[in-house]
Design a protein around this ligand. Structure first.
Ligand code: PRX
Length: 696
């Protein structure tokens, strides 16, 4: 019956009630749906608006094929994209400018970790992002730089090309060659974009390190990718606070013998000390030629390495290559946001994350539209910052994280009221599961029920959006907080504890992708084995996402969060092991365990349970010291909400920490321990619970 086609049943199976037990009543628009008997409340679903409804014309290169085969709807094209995968991607690849055509669409064997797309093809990514648009209109605005102090700088495609070429020549001067790594440690700014594109122009590999990471994190990344050059600024200002970037670079490169040159942009007036390998960036750019012929590169030459957290202590360098990545980022943006020429795309993420790489830089520029570089924070100087930015820049598509949304929602509508948000067409979300309340606030208050909310699921590893409410056909529903439909060519499968589920079988389990796609990672930089081991061995032939999900009978997907030791704090990925390593490096700590608990704003908060060495009593400095250590070795966002000193950790007889129990304690669910028979000593829990209850 109809009830089976709603998500509630699948949720109920795995005991996920949270999503639907919200006290906020869901309400219906034109076609109410009932999400299960338990709440009985009619729940809203919105339609895909007519103008967004999928039409094959949204895939320019594919339009003729669609006509020939009589493909009209999302379902038609989706099925075709799987059945005729090569033809689908071959046609779509026409949206890029090729220097030489490819002879083989794909050569992949996921069992062996082999991923190759558009083989034999040659192109240059920076040329695709710049030159071809400059040829049409050099004055078209490429970047709207919204600086930390509210105010915007406009940069045209012509100017950006000039800066990119100057930067490329500057890198060449510093003996950077094709295949070398360049580390970019800059705030979201035109200089950062020019640096990334300059690398792409000469075939160097960029590694952007989020300019909120500590010097130790920076050092580890530089060492791992053996960067020859670092591009940074004297300092940066974010949310009104200064971060001494150059000083952090100095600390990091002390232990990085591969670094021969550090380029320093004078971002503020503050003077700094200069070492022998430091070069003032503006001087170097002034002296450089504004012309640089784009290097002709293979489809599978590396484009960038971006470090991200996994379940081990060290972040891994996710490798993306040229053609497949660019095509996938550009195409997904075009379709999911129903992009039109001349639009302003406001992805307000930092360029240090994959969202910034794909949807601040590469996709918008490949698509030739105007992209926003947002250097500030959602709450600076006030919680109306996003909305005043939307108004001033006339942003058409807003793309933000649920955490940002939740932090603004708390301040109420008053910050939104006085702003003209009529330019908005699409409201995007990315990075973590979104709760109903935030989703509805976005839809009602920000979008005035005009704009579809697209909750997009993807990962650093997937290169671009993989599951999203659009492209759907008009008259298709969008459920609050559901990522809904796979993008073309993406084949998600759900595995529950017994077997792979049949499609549309109303299942909850772990999410895999059953075939390669052009935007997927090509490996872990410098560690081929770890690639197969981490992503491709659990179910040979399938890519392991590490996420849990629900698939409804209608084939819609809801992502429920990580199933491994990765935690999502404020939309940032963090490994519990990373935080534990930092804590354990304190001389007085014997061992520690970090778990997450639901947090109203951040999505997940961290709780650290710490055991001290025998001869040490906790004093008031200890927790402060531990926080400092974590900030120093990772970043501020990794600092736990609660650090609790406990006499011991709960372990099994074989010595394994029972994190499940710590998670329950951190949620104050002391009644729900379930089976504790494997616990070494059942009395061990009481002092841990006592210690926890004192903190909360
Ligand atoms: O758990 C999923 C969550 O973010 C993880 C990927 O993090 P990262 O590589 O940093 O990339 C974030 C931006 C693409 C995923 O494994 N995630 C991302 N988007 C969603 C999500 N969880 C739920 N819903 C989403 N829309």
């Amino acid at each position: 019956g109809k009830a089976a086609s709603t998500p509630a049943k699948a949720y109920a199976k795995v005991g996920i009630e949270r999503e639907y037990s919200t006290s906020t009543p869901c309400f219906a628009n034109d076609k109410p749906k009932h999400y299960g008997k338990k709440e009985g409340a009619p729940c809203r679903n919105v339609r895909v608006p007519e103008e967004y409804g999928f039409k094959p014309g949204m895939l320019p290169g594919f339009e003729n094929v669609a006509r020939e085969h009589g493909l009209k709807t999302y379902k038609d094209v989706y099925r075709f994209s799987l059945e005729h995968n090569d033809l689908f991607w071959e046609s779509c690849a026409k949206m890029l400018n090729w220097k030489e055509p490819f002879h083989t669409v794909q050569d992949c064997d996921l069992k062996k970790g082999k991923v190759g797309w558009f083989l034999g093809g040659k192109l240059n990514v920076s040329e695709n992002c710049l030159d071809r648009h400059v040829a049409e209109d050099p004055n078209k605005i490429a970047l709207l730089w919204e600086k930390d102090e509210p105010g915007t700088v406009q940069i045209s495609y012509g100017q950006l090309l000039e800066w990119t070429c100057k930067m490329a020549n500057t890198l060449k001067q510093a003996r950077v060659q094709k295949g070398d790594c360049v580390c970019v440690y800059l705030p979201t700014s035109p200089m950062a974009v020019a640096s990334m594109l300059a690398c792409a122009r000469i075939g160097a590999i960029h590694t952007v390190v989020f300019a909120g990471f500590s010097s130790e994190s920076l050092r580890d990344r530089i060492q791992n990718c053996k960067a020859k050059v670092v591009i940074t600024a004297n300092e940066m200002i974010r949310g009104g606070k200064s971060i001494p970037l150059k000083q952090l670079v100095d600390d990091a490169v002390k232990d990085c013998p591969t670094v021969k040159t550090v380029f320093v942009e004078q971002r503020t007036k503050k003077e700094g000390r200069y070492a022998k390998h430091d070069v003032a960036l503006t001087d170097a750019l002034d002296a450089a030629s504004a012309e640089c012929a784009p290097e002709v590169l293979d489809s599978e030459d590396p484009l960038f390495v971006l470090y991200t957290s996994g379940s081990t202590g060290k972040p891994k360098g996710v490798l993306h290559t040229q053609a497949g990545y660019l095509l996938y980022a550009a195409l997904t943006q075009k379709v999911v946001f129903n992009l039109k020429p001349g639009e302003v795309f406001g992805c307000l993420a930092d360029i240090g994350w994959i969202t910034g790489h794909s949807y601040v830089v590469y996709a918008p520029l490949a698509n030739g539209i105007t992209t926003v570089l947002f250097e500030s924070t959602p709450n600076y100087p006030s919680p109306s910052r996003y909305w005043s930015t939307v108004e001033r820049l006339k942003i058409n598509h807003l793309y933000i994280s649920p955490t940002a949304l939740r932090s603004l929602l708390r301040h109420g509508k008053s910050h939104v009221k006085n702003h003209d948000l009529s330019s908005l067409r699409t409201l995007g979300l990315v990075g973590e599961p979104v709760n109903h309340e935030a989703w509805e606030w976005y839809y009602d208050v920000i979008g005035q029920r005009r704009c579809p909310v697209v909750d997009t699921w993807w990962q650093t590893e997937t290169g671009g959006i993989s599951i999203a409410p659009l492209p759907g056909d008009s008259a298709d529903p969008i459920y609050p907080g559901m990522a809904m439909r796979p993008f073309f060519g993406i084949e998600p499968v759900v595995k529950n504890s017994e077997a792979f589920a049949d499609h549309g079988s109303d299942q909850a389990g772990v999410l895999y992708v059953a075939r390669p796609w052009p935007g997927m990672l090509r490996g872990i930089y410098g560690d081929e084995e770890r690639f197969v081991e981490t992503y491709l061995s659990e179910k040979p032939g399938c890519y392991t996402t590490g996420d849990g999900c629900v698939e409804t009978a209608d084939g819609y997907f809801k992502i429920t969060g990580r199933v491994d030791d990765v935690i999502n704090v404020s939309g940032h990925r963090l490994g519990t092991a990373e935080v534990e390593n930092a804590i354990d490096s304190h001389g007085k700590v014997a061992e520690s365990a970090v778990v997450s608990f639901p947090h109203l704003v951040k999505g997940e908060g961290l709780a650290a349970f710490v055991v001290l060495t025998d001869d040490y009593e906790a004093d008031e400095h200890l927790v402060k010291d531990l926080k400092g250590l974590i900030k120093h070795s990772i970043a501020s966002y990794a600092i736990p909400e609660e650090i609790v000193i406990v006499p011991h950790l709960p372990k099994t007889r074989s010595g394994k920490i029972m994190r499940r129990l710590l998670k329950l304690i951190a949620q104050n669910k002391n009644e729900d321990f379930g089976d504790t028979s494997t616990l070494q000593d059942p009395d061990i829990l009481k002092p841990i619970i006592d210690a926890w209850s004192k903190t909360t």
